[in-house]
Design a protein around this ligand. Structure first.
Ligand SMILES: O=C(O)CCC(=O)C(=O)O
Ligand SMILES: [Fe+2]
Length: 370
């Protein structure tokens, strides 16, 4: 799509919304900076070449190395842009990096949504993403989700088309990532290895800084009340539909520049005013959408405190060349979750245990379905 073109998005209620270009917040790496970053990634990979596959990437020393090498040898303009985004965010709450290095030869898109091959076959993409995330914050993952993988795969899974999670391929409603989690990510990155065949899957985002102007004072006030509950994502609890976190407010922090935690699919409230306020917020956020069809080498960073994100539908072919993104998370301070991680691990322990698990466990999880 060109800079001027405006796409339309139809949500799952059949209403259409215009989409601006996420490219207005794009940072395009110069070719020599891309090659510089590739060399940084390969250097890190070479020093950690012996790491086995599996949960190989969950190691403090690897994260230390990523940060150090990026600061010492990475492209200065990129480190500057990432650091500024960390401090200041921007009106749309997204930063699109383009011309990011990835591996020349890619394995087939994983059919079951998880890449189980050797990480070394994706060493450039893997270490580039970790290098970027280590400038934005402290990398974290969640044991409940995709087995706690530090880098997760986002690919369409046969039979999951209608799911409101990243294995699906229907319209994915706007959401804060893991808004129900006590240590939800501050930043999410989505690095594209392959776009969808027809290049119609628009990754969408909308920033609260823009949407706030569309909300009257009364609505803002209601949204700051802790009256909302969020259903835990199916990626955490499987088919259970009755596990909720909260109550929480939708808006918090500075009244003029608030933080946002919302999910237009999984959030509910019993309060009628609260429901009206949520509907107004959804309209305001859909009025301020930006979107981008992620191409190979595009890395979209979402500020998960300032923006919601989602995706339009697309058709998967299951031919090994379907859309394939890789995702990772960062929090501002890993130490906040010390009690919930093993020493030197960046994987947060499970927050959900089924009733059967609980009868075996001594310690209560943060949420349960009791
Ligand atoms: O597929 C996309 O573009 C976004 C998926 C998503 O919301 C996620 O993986 O968190
Ligand atoms: Fe998401």
């Amino acid at each position: 799509m060109s800079m001027d073109e405006v796409a339309m998005v139809t949500d799952d209620e059949g209403r259409s919304w215009p989409v601006g270009q996420a490219q207005r917040a794009a940072f395009v790496l110069a070719d020599d900076d891309r090659e510089c970053l590739r060399a940084v990634a390969r250097g890190i990979a070479a020093r950690h070449a012996d790491r086995p596959s599996g949960l190989h990437l969950d190691d403090d020393d690897l994260m230390v190395d990523c940060k150090l090498r990026m600061l010492r040898e990475g492209p200065e303009a990129l480190v500057r842009a990432l650091t500024q985004f960390r401090y200041r965010s921007n009106p749309d709450g997204v930063l699109l990096l383009r011309n990011v290095p990835i591996d020349d030869v890619l394995p087939p898109t994983p059919e079951q949504g998880n890449y189980d091959g050797d990480w070394q076959r994706l060493e450039v993409a893997t270490m580039t993403q970790l290098a970027v995330m280590n400038i934005l914050g402290d990398v974290i993952s969640y044991a409940d989700e995709k087995a706690g993988r530090i880098i997760q795969d986002v690919a369409p899974v046969l039979g999951a088309e209608k799911r409101q999670e990243n294995t699906g391929s229907c319209f994915l409603e706007l959401h804060t990532e893991d808004g129900f989690h006590p240590q939800r990510p501050r930043f999410i990155s989505l690095l594209a290895l392959r776009p969808d065949h027809e290049r119609v899957a628009l990754t969408l985002a909308s920033g609260i800084r823009r949407a706030l102007a569309g909300l009257d004072g009364g609505t803002r006030e209601v949204l700051t009340q802790p009256i909302y509950r969020i259903r835990l994502a199916s990626s955490f609890v499987g088919d259970r539909e009755d596990v909720y976190a909260g109550p929480v407010p939708v808006l918090s922090g500075s009244p003029s520049d608030p933080e946002l935690c919302v999910d237009f699919h999984a959030m509910t409230t019993e309060d009628p005013e609260g429901r009206r306020a949520l509907a107004s917020l959804r309209r305001a956020m859909l009025t301020n959408l930006v979107g981008h069809v992620l191409e190979a080498g595009d890395l979209l960073i979402v500020d998960n405190d300032k923006a919601v994100h989602g995706r339009t539908g697309f058709a998967a072919r299951h031919d090994g060349r379907d859309r394939w993104l890789r995702r990772s998370f960062a929090v501002p301070d890993l130490r906040r979750s010390t009690a919930d991680r093993l020493p030197r691990s960046h994987v947060h322990r499970r927050i959900f245990k089924s009733r059967i698990d609980q009868s075996r466990a001594d310690r209560r999880p943060a949420y349960s379905n009791d």
